[in-house]
Design a protein around this ligand. Sequence first.
Ligand SMILES: NC(=O)c1ccc[n+]([C@@H]2O[C@H](COP(=O)([O-])OP(=O)(O)OC[C@H]3O[C@@H](n4cnc5c(N)ncnc54)[C@H](O)[C@@H]3O)[C@@H](O)[C@H]2O)c1
Length: 432
Amino acid sequence: MKVKNSEQTGLPRRKFIKGSAAAGAGLLILNSKTAFGYSANSSMGLGILGCGGRGNYDGGEFVKNTDVRVTALMDLFEDRLESTKARFDKMAEEKGQSKIESSNLHRGWRSYEKLLESKDVDVVLITSPPYFHPEQFEAAVDAGKHVYLEKPVATDVAGCLRVMKAGKKAEGKVSVHVGFQKRYDVGYRAIIEKIHGGEIGDIALGQSYYFTNDLGRQNKPGMSDIEARIRNWVFDKALSGDIITEQNIHIIDIVNWAMKSHPVKVSGSGGRVVRKQVDGIPNDFVTFDHYILTYFYPGDVKVSFNSNQFRNKGYREQGERFFGTLGVADTLQSGPATITLSKDQGIKVFDSPVDLHAAVGTKMKALIDGIKAGKFENQVEQGAETTLSTIMGRMAAHSGTEVTWDKMLKSNDKWNLKLNLDSLSGGAVSMK
Ligand SMILES: NC(=O)c1ccc[n+]([C@@H]2O[C@H](COP(=O)([O-])OP(=O)(O)OC[C@H]3O[C@@H](n4cnc5c(N)ncnc54)[C@H](O)[C@@H]3O)[C@@H](O)[C@H]2O)c1
């Protein structure tokens, strides 16, 4: 597709705000302007780093639930840029907004720097493979952009510490959300509130699990080794952090939330029993296909964790169960979220549906409303703490030894990708 500079996009966004004011609508707009430069009537520009499944989904939820416009895209591959541009241009057209300008399309692994220079970008959505999150997040904060950073915040301890440092710099200056949408779900929120309110008494034991299916391969014949590896990043320990850090993390986040703490130590195991190898991924780097761990929380509360990515033929179950001194709380990703109190108090059941799709929209709206109100949120510490909790579990399973929080933090855990990404850098985008 050919994208022309200004005629398809209309006036640049910032000029539009000023122009409208000059045209007479200004009083209203100026009155609603916050001290932070965003008006309740103005739309912010969203730049997406990583235009795959989640970049498209999250971006779409921003557009559907807020007045944010997608203004810039960055990826390593032209097909991803092309399909993503087509999707968001269509959404923009339906809302009477301008399309993405060709000058705001960026290809190549370092081209996030170009996207961050753009005045058309106010909020950055980071949906690249997790290995790249620390570098891209740090640069986004340095560029003064608000950020929606998908989980996990990093794949190793060094990356988490780097993200935490950048998160500190962001405090009070820009908003940062991390992609734990369950924290915005009505069912999950109600249960956690009840747990924290003491309804099941003190948590004495927990069980958590994430069983799902093997994932689709993205490599195609004719791709270079490096492209095949990047396309299949979910099966690569260095790029993804392994299944516990990349995917199962949502479960550990709920456990930490319920426990109001991170685990103090973990022991357990894992391995590759069904998915022993993956095309395009060096054997040393192929992720585990299952984990089985015991997390220890303060007060010697033990929480079991078990996950797999087997060929389960559609069987999929994810949840958390907390056994308290007074009753039981049970949250299932597919819903419902329940509380059952013990018989001698009279059976009392709380039951709420779970709607994670709605939760994503609620979260996007909360981020944008907060920015417009000048209430800058910062979810970095929580996001990093949960990511570190998964890394601690991964270390225990990979090493076969018990790992404490302190040992994990002092471990110098750092993945080395050993890839020359420059060979994928494409320079100018040449979409037809
Ligand atoms: N919150 C959730 O429930 C949820 C769900 C799915 C994925 N995610 C997260 O979203 C992120 C992306 O996952 P996905 O499922 O969209 O993967 P994906 O493979 O569909 O998309 C990733 C995109 O990033 C591109 N990319 C590769 N290297 C890049 C780089 N250096 N810079 C920019 N882009 C690069 C790829 O070409 C691809 O288009 C991951 O962090 C993942 O864990 C979160």
